[in-house]
Design a protein around this ligand. Structure first.
Ligand SMILES: Cc1cc2nc3c(=O)[nH]c(=O)nc-3n(C[C@H](O)[C@H](O)[C@H](O)COP(=O)(O)OP(=O)(O)OC[C@H]3O[C@@H](n4cnc5c(N)ncnc54)[C@H](O)[C@@H]3O)c2cc1C
Length: 545
């Protein structure tokens, strides 16, 4: 039977005594979405327990002396209208955007909003910008389109010999694809040919994951870049030529890597999650920061409470509840149960692998490279650049000015994020900050992007477990799932919460669907695990618009 839907913020004190509670581990996008949805659609009170002191998890914004860092660069784009509408009712789209994409987004805003009353970013803060995407590959000390296009420019830069090899190996793959497509290497070769794979995919992907592509499951490729191929990039280039650019984001059928515009909160992704947290508290939800959940207390196949430790005092506290959501890394969660999971399940969770991440914020006067735009004397127009140069550890470069000019304290400067994919056990993770900065600015100078003498200020951020990997014991993940799904009132949601390479939208959709299940009195959690792989189907099936 379906649950009665009520608005908890208008609840009288006697109801509050009997009100059901949901304990949510983590105030990232998934945890906060679950809390908000519970408040909007059920009578259940959410209590969010967050170990850090900020909102947004990996999607937070870090403010360093007025210069804001977005860890990883978060495009707000989703093929799910449900998510797009959710974002836009939190932060409306900026005014003065009238292209096809803006029209589509204004139409998704709540009924009382109109493009005429849309906020102006020059005077208002609570809004989304509509930003153009530009990202390129830097290789051989030159720029190539991303995703790689087989344009005349690309071929000239690669030279005749490489081009011939790429063409021949692509033809070979097209005519005689590998029969077995189990690894990411095989996935790439079948779509791009061996030579293009070696030139543009191998070194960067191996920088990201720290293992050879032939040890990564093809499932990662299928999930993240399933629509991408030589043909899709050629087709995209052709469409762009015919239709011109603009309105790209309105294309639901466009492969995500090819999207040309995206939404972006004026002050970075953390602004979205601060706003969500503000509304959750306003509606009667609770959010505790500085508390780390360390134990899950059960009663048969139900969770009855969690035990959390307050970092500031070392004091532990028990939080009882009726429903439980976890966005904590699966590996940590499985070691937290009072009744230990079976040995095989622990073997799988202990064997899950994660990749960690360092961002070095560098404030510089200007770049050494320029383009023909108005700001070209100071910087180029890219949001981010994939660094394919094999002689540096640097994986990706963010130019925060181009995500939102409001991320930068002084518009005269260029605010960069240098991204290193690594493991907590790596030397770079454990270097003192000044040595990480020296390494980062030295590398950027070596590949010709800045002069090291131009650096005005710097900061280092380390973020553990940013990437749940699809290797290690991942192929046995079903054993974990079969065990945790037996806890009827426990919902694993989000990115690390499900060990899924989820973007914000899919992390949020898992939270929304978990609340759907509770609201509808459903107990089968299969649909939750299908978000991200089968989500198009689910949106259609549930007719969520
Ligand atoms: C480099 C990079 C680039 C990305 N780019 C994009 C992009 O362009 N667009 C996009 O939409 N998404 C992007 N993402 C993905 C996005 O960051 C994630 O999908 C999203 O943050 C996941 O949300 P979550 O709530 O599941 O988890 P998280 O963001 O990881 O939040 C989990 C929260 O739980 C807390 N927590 C963990 N364990 C405990 C515990 N035991 N007790 C209490 N609290 C706990 C953590 O402190 C954290 O705040 C990117 C990610 C990375 C790493």
């Amino acid at each position: 039977m379906g649950r009665r839907v009520s608005a908890s913020h208008s609840m009288d004190p006697s109801t509050a005594m009997t009100q059901e509670k949901a304990i949510i581990i983590g105030a990232g996008p998934a945890g906060l979405t679950a809390a908000y949805e519970l408040l909007m659609r059920t009578g259940i009170k959410p209590v969010v327990i967050e170990k850090s002191d900020c909102m947004g998890g990996i999607s937070r914004t870090v403010n360093y002396k007025g210069n804001r860092i977005d860890i990883g660069g978060h495009r707000f784009f989703s093929k799910s209208d449900r998510v797009m509408k959710w974002w836009l009712q939190m932060l409306p789209l900026q005014a003065s955007e009238h292209g096809p994409a803006a029209v589509r987004y204004h139409s998704m805003e709540p009924e009382n909003a109109s493009s005429a009353s849309a906020p102006d970013p020059a005077v208002a803060d609570r809004l989304m910008l509509l930003r153009p995407r530009k990202s390129r590959i830097y290789y051989l000390r030159r720029f190539f389109d991303y995703p790689i296009s087989l344009s005349k420019d690309t071929l000239l830069k690669l030279g005749l010999w490489r081009t011939l090899k790429i063409g021949a190996s692509y033809m070979q793959s097209a005519l005689f694809p590998l029969k077995k497509e189990e690894t990411l290497e095989e996935f790439f070769i079948n779509r791009f040919g061996r030579e293009l794979y070696r030139t543009f995919f191998k070194s960067y992907t191996e920088k990201v994951w720290g293992v050879p592509c032939n040890r990564i499951s093809a499932e990662w490729g299928a999930q993240r870049i399933k629509g991408l191929s030589v043909w899709s990039t050629l087709l995209h280039a052709l469409r762009k030529l015919v239709k011109g650019s603009g309105g790209g984001i309105g294309q639901k059928d466009t492969q995500t890597s090819l999207i040309e515009e995206f939404l972006y909160p004026k002050f970075g992704p953390g602004q979205m999650w601060d706003e969500a947290a503000r509304r959750i508290k306003e509606m009667g939800g609770e959010i505790l920061t500085g508390y780390r959940v360390g134990r899950i207390l059960t009663d048969g196949w139900r969770v009855k409470a969690v035990e959390a430790c307050e970092a500031a005092t070392g004091r532990t506290e028990i939080f009882a509840g009726d429903y439980f959501f976890s966005t904590a890394p699966v590996q940590e969660l499985m070691r937290s149960f009072d009744v230990a999971p079976p040995r095989n399940v622990l073997e799988v969770s202990d064997g899950l692998v994660y990749r960690d991440f360092i961002t070095v914020g560098l404030l510089v006067r200007s770049l050494r490279i320029h383009d023909g735009t108005a700001q070209g004397k100071k910087l180029i127009g890219d949001n981010w650049i994939y660094i394919q140069e094999p002689d540096v550890l640097l994986g990706r470069l963010q130019i925060f000015n181009n995500w939102s000019p409001f991320l930068v304290a002084d518009a005269a400067n260029v605010w960069l994020g240098l991204e290193y994919f690594c493991n907590e056990s790596d030397e770079i993770w454990n270097l003192p900050d000044d040595r990480v900065v020296a390494l980062a600015s030295g590398e950027l100078s070596k590949i010709g992007i800045i002069d090291a003498g131009e650096v005005l200020d710097s900061t280092v951020l380390r973020m553990a477990k940013t990437y749940p990997a699809y290797f290690g014991t991942y192929h046995r993940f079903a054993e974990i799932r079969a065990h945790v799904d037996r806890y009827t009132n426990l919902f694993l949601i989000g990115r690390n919460g499900m060990h899924r390479y989820n973007n914000q939208d899919h992390s949020m959709l898992t939270a929304m669907m978990a609340v759907d299940l509770i609201a509808e009195g459903e107990t089968d959690k299969t649909g939750l695990w299908e978000v991200n792989t089968e989500w198009d189907y689910h949106e259609a099936k549930r007719n969520v618009r």
